[in-house]
Design a binder for this molecule. Structure first.
Ligand SMILES: Cc1ncc(COP(=O)(O)O)c(C=O)c1O
Length: 284
């Protein structure tokens, strides 16, 4: 699927990605004033779509942008994009900005939001990637204090991820005031003495849709789960470390700052959660 044959949705129309244009005064372009969502779809079936649409609604409300569409219309757009795609496993991207207006920080009056959505091929983590695990570095979290909003203002995440790329590793593990926050575009999980730990759902992290899902998988398997502040020394001393995100699903982190986590190999809790994830995809 290239830009020429990818169909996308823009403000009520379906068209090829290469023909989709927005005015330069769009507030998403000028201010990063918008919200987005990323929904994985397997065999063209969206995974945990209602939770993603709930989070879209929550982010829009926090940004004080009216949700432009009722839920059925979002369903229709996502259904259309996935059904018309030429591959089976997809990632659906949706973005809503505050719209096009003269450049002024205050909200414009009577301006319609800009709505864009597209479906691209989802490259699922390969069996080799799952076995190899991820290498990471720790970096200070330099983002703003509303990381719970899925905002398109992603400069902090871009700069963080580039540090990982510059060092030839897969992802960063961010920390603020000595506590674990999250990856550049993923939630980070600690396993210690058979317990799964996650940073609390507060303003310092984005609560991933996989956050609730992994909690459910733990509950089903009677694996103790705690959402609490986690120090970086606990991260370094973890038995296992994992990350989760729509496109990466759940993956083991086997190295942090050049040192192995646990024995440096994917661990038993990861394997258990991984199996639960795969079963949920198969059952879609
Ligand atoms: C900062 C951040 N945290 C966490 C996540 C994981 O969220 P989800 O599981 O909904 O993909 C993402 C997703 O890309 C993210 O950008």
């Amino acid at each position: 699927m290239t830009p020429d044959d990818t169909l996308c949705y823009l403000n009520g129309e379906y068209l090829s990605l290469s023909k989709a244009h927005i005015p330069v005064l769009d507030r998403g372009f000028i201010f990063g004033d918008g919200i987005y969502e990323v929904v994985p779809a397997y065999r063209k079936r969206p995974f945990r779509l209602e939770q993603h649409l709930d989070r879209l609604q929550r982010s829009l409300a926090e940004a004080r942008i009216d949700n432009p569409y009722p839920r059925e219309q979002w369903h229709a757009i996502i259904g259309w994009l996935t059904q018309s795609a030429t591959v089976e496993d997809l990632v659906v991207y949706m973005q809503v900005t505050r719209g096009v207006a003269k450049r002024d920080f205050t909200f414009p009056a009577n301006v319609a939001p800009t709505v864009f959505a597209m479906a691209s091929p989802l490259n699922r983590p390969s069996p080799a990637q799952r076995e190899r695990g991820l290498r990471t570095i720790s970096v200070p979290d330099l983002r703003w204090l509303r990381c719970d909003i899925k905002s398109v203002s992603l400069l902090g995440a871009v700069l963080a991820r580039q540090q990982a790329a510059d060092r030839g590793v897969d992802e960063v593990v961010q920390h603020r005031d000595g506590r674990l926050t999250e990856g550049s575009a993923s939630n980070v999980w600690v396993v210690k003495s058979g317990r799964v730990l996650a940073p609390p759902r507060d303003n310092l992290i984005l609560e991933g849709i996989r956050y609730g899902f992994i909690q459910e998988l733990c509950e089903r398997a009677s694996i103790p789960f705690d959402a609490r502040i986690i120090s970086m020394s606990e991260v370094r001393g973890a038995d296992e470390l994992m990350l989760s995100a729509a496109t990466r699903e759940v993956l083991p982190i086997v190295e942090l700052d050049g040192r192995p986590i646990g024995d440096g190999r994917p661990g038993p809790v990861y394997r258990h959660l991984r199996r639960g994830y795969d079963e949920a995809i198969d059952a879609l």
